[in-house]
Design a protein around this ligand. Structure first.
Ligand code: AMP
Length: 551
C-alpha cells in the first residue's frame, strides 16, 4: 500500500520552518556576514519561486548555479526542486570548454552566478555564439559590469509574494544534477530525482551516516557545486540545525573564526582544507572547543589528521562517496565492540573508508567477476547500489554499459573489506587525478601534450602530494634532436592556454619511451610505481591555483 505522499524535499523545509523558525542561517558573503532565520529563509525561498515562475520556469526545466557556499545559493536548493524544476550545480573550477559543454548539455534556462565567478563564466558562455541561457542572476544586491543579460538576485526576488502554492511533485521528478569528470571525453551528468535526494538525506541522518540535528551548527566547507555539498544543506535542514555558509574561497582564518564565533559543531570538507586549518591553528590561538565532529572525504584522510583532531577532542569521521551516489556511501564509525579495542586497532579502522551507510548494498568483484571474501586482503572493484545511487548517466548510453551492471554502479575504486566490514581503498581503476578534491583528466592532458609537434609520446600520472593529495606530472618522449627546454616551455604554454592553472603538471620529465602493457597501451602502473616518491620532483603545485576549498 503506498504512503500518503511521495518522497520529496519539501517536507524537510516545512518541518524546519515550523519547528525551528528562529534558528539561524549565517552566511559569509563578499558583502559581509548575513544572518536570518528559517522563517525568513522560507519566505525568501517562496519569493524566489515566484520570481522564477514569472520568468516562465516550469516543472522539468533546468536551472544552473555557478556559486560558492552562501545563503542565496542555499535558497535555490529548496526553491528550484520544490517547484518541480531541476537544480543544476556547476563546478566553476573546470576548464572553460567543460563549463560550456555542461551548460549546453543540461540546457540550463537560467544561471545563478556569483559576482566573483562572472570572469570564469563569461568566456565559457560568450563567443562563439551561445544563447541557450535566457537570464543570468548575479548573487548580489547589484550587478557588476558584465556583457551578460544579468539581473541582481535581490532585485530579482524583491517585491514577490512570500506565499507560493507548491505543486505536488512526483518522487521520480529529477530535482538535482551534477556533472562528474570521467577518464576520457566530456563530463558525465548525474541526475538526482526527488526520491534519491530524500533517500540520501535519510541515510545521512542515521547514526551510521553523518547525523545532525537541532543542537548542531553545521558548516559545509565542501562546495555546494560539488554534489550538493555532500547533501549537507538538505540533511542540516531535515535535522533542524543552524547553518553556516563560509562564502567564496574561504581561507583557514575565515573557517577558524566562523567555528569560534558561530559555535560550529559539525563541518565537512576534503583533506586539503583541514591541512590548511591545522597549519593555521599551530601558529594562531584558535578556539575549536565548539567543534564536535569533522567529516573528511573526497580523498583519503591521513591518519595523522585523525590523531590531530582527537587531541583536540574533535571526532574526525572519514567518509567515502561519489557524485553518482549523492554522494555519501560509507563512513568510518567505530563499530560496536570496537570501543574497547586498543588505540592502534581503532585508528586503523577509522583510517579506512568505513562502513556502508544503511540503505546501501555493496559487493567487491575481482577480475574474474567473482566476489572477494571479507578478509582485509583480497581486493577487487567496489560495486554499490541503493535508492540514492544512480543507475545511468544523463544522455550517455555508451558510458552506461561500462559503468553500470544490473542496477550496480561500478565505482572504479579498488578495495579490500575486512572481517568487520570496513572498506579500504587500495587503488583506483579509473585513470584520473584528484588534486585538492577536484578531478584532472590525465588523458585530456596527454592528448593536448601529444599535439605538440616536437613530442612523439606523452603520458600524465598523478603522484602523491602532501598538501593536494595528488598532482599531475607529465612524462614526455621528445622527437629526436628536439631541444628539451624548448619542448617543455612549448608544452606548458600550450596547456596554459587551454586549462586552468591547477591542471598544469608540476613537472615535465623527459624519458626515452613510455612503458607499454602487453597490448601496447601506456602502462601508467609501472610509472606510478617508479615515481611513487613525491620528493623526486622539483616543481610544486602553484599555491593559489589549486582548488583549496574544493571537494
Ligand atoms: P567525486 O565523484 O568527485 O565525489 O569523486 C569520487 C571518488 O573520489 C571516489 O570514487 C574515490 O575515488 C575518491 N574518494 C572519495 N572519497 C574518498 C576517500 N575518503 N578516500 C579515498 N578516495 C576517496
Amino acid at each position: 500500500m503506498p504512503g500518503g505522499t511521495d518522497q520529496t524535499l519539501r517536507p524537510f523545509l516545512w518541518r524546519a520552518e515550523r519547528l525551528f523558525d528562529d534558528t539561524e542561517i549565517v552566511s559569509r558573503t563578499s558583502e559581509g556576514i548575513e544572518r536570518y532565520t528559517y522563517a525568513e529563509y522560507g519566505d525568501r525561498v517562496r519569493q524566489l519561486a515566484n520570481a522564477l515562475d514569472e520568468l516562465g520556469i516550469e516543472e522539468g526545466d533546468r536551472v544552473g548555479t555557478f556559486c560558492w557556499n552562501h545563503h542565496r545559493h542555499f535558497e535555490t536548493y529548496f526553491s528550484i526542486p520544490s517547484m518541480g524544476a531541476q537544480l543544476h550545480t556547476i563546478n566553476p573550477l573546470l576548464p572553460r570548454d567543460h563549463i560550456r559543454y555542461i551548460v549546453d548539455n543540461a540546457a540550463d534556462r537560467v544561471l545563478f552566478v556569483d559576482p566573483s565567478l562572472l570572469e570564469a563564466l563569461e568566456p565559457a558562455v560568450q563567443s562563439p555564439e551561445f544563447d541557450q541561457v535566457e537570464k543570468y542572476v548575479v548573487m548580489a544586491s547589484e550587478v557588476p559590469e558584465t556583457d551578460l543579460d544579468a539581473v541582481a538576485y535581490e532585485e530579482f526576488v524583491e517585491g514577490h509574494s512570500t506565499e507560493y502554492d507548491w505543486p505536488e511533485v512526483s518522487q521520480d521528478q529529477p530535482a538535482g544534477m551534477c556533472y562528474t569528470s570521467g577518464t576520457t571525453g566530456n563530463p558525465k551528468g548525474v541526475e538526482y530525482t526527488q526520491q534519491m535526494l530524500w533517500s540520501h538525506t535519510m541515510e545521512s541522518l542515521t547514526p551510521q551516516g553523518i547525523p545532525m540535528d537541532e543542537d548542531d551548527v553545521v558548516m559545509p566547507v565542501v562546495p555546494m557545486f560539488h554534489v550538493n555539498a555532500w547533501g549537507m544543506p538538505f540533511t542540516a535542514t531535515a535535522g533542524g540545525a543552524k547553518h553556516v555558509y563560509p562564502g567564496p574561497s574561504p581561507q583557514p582564518e575565515d573557517l577558524a573564526s566562523l567555528i569560534d564565533e558561530e559555535g560550529v559543531t559539525v563541518t565537512a570538507g576534503v583533506p586539503t582544507v583541514w591541512l590548511g586549518l591545522m597549519e593555521y591553528c599551530e601558529d594562531n590561538d584558535v578556539d575549536l572547543s565548539a567543534l564536535d565532529r569533522v567529516i573528511v572525504g573526497g580523498s583519503a584522510a591521513p591518519r595523522s589528521m585523525i590523531e590531530w583532531f582527537d587531541e583536540r577532542g574533535v571526532e574526525l569521521l572519514h567518509a567515502w562517496g561519489m557524485t553518482e551516489m549523492g554522494p555519501i556511501g560509507s563512513v568510518a564509525h567505530l563499530k560496536s565492540g570496537l570501543e574497547d579495542a586498543d588505540r592502534e586497532t581503532q585508528l586503523e579502522k577509522r583510517s579506512k573508508q568505513g562502513l556502508m551507510t544503511p540503505g546501501l548494498e555493496f559487493r567487491v568483484v575481482d577480475d574474474d567477476g567473482e566476489e572477494v571474501p571479507w578478509n582485509g586482503e583480497d581486493f577487487g572493484e567496489l560495486w554499490v547500489r541503493g535508492p540514492s545511487v544512480t543507475t545511468e548517466y544523463f544522455e550517455r548510453p555508451e558510458a552506461d554499459e561500462e559503468d553500470f551492471e544490473d542496477g550496480w554502479l561500478k565505482t572504479g575504486d579498488v578495495v579490500t573489506v575486512d572481517e568487520d566490514g570496513y572498506i579500504k581503498i587500495v587503488d583506483r581503476a579509473k585513470d584520473v587525478i584528484k588534486s585538492g578534491g577536484e578531478w584532472i583528466s590525465s588523458v585530456e592532458l596527454e592528448n593536448a601534450i601529444m599535439a605538440h609537434e616536437d613530442v612523439s609520446e606523452a603520458t600524465v600520472i598523478g603522484v602523491p602530494h602532501e598538501k593536494w593529495q595528488e598532482r599531475p606530472v607529465a612524462f614526455v618522449v621528445p622527437v629526436e634532436g628536439a631541444d628539451q627546454a624548448a619542448v617543455e616551455k612549448g608544452v606548458m604554454d600550450l596547456l596554459a592556454d587551454e586549462y586552468p592553472d591547477w591542471w598544469l603538471p608540476d613537472d615535465v620529465v623527459f624519458i626515452e619511451e613510455v612503458p607499454k602493457t602487453a597490448t601496447g597501451k601506456f602502462s601508467k602502473k609501472d610509472l606510478r610505481e617508479e615515481y611513487a616518491d613525491e620528493d623526486i620532483f622539483e616543481g610544486s603545485a602553484p599555491e593559489e591555483a589549486a582548488p583549496e576549498d574544493a571537494e
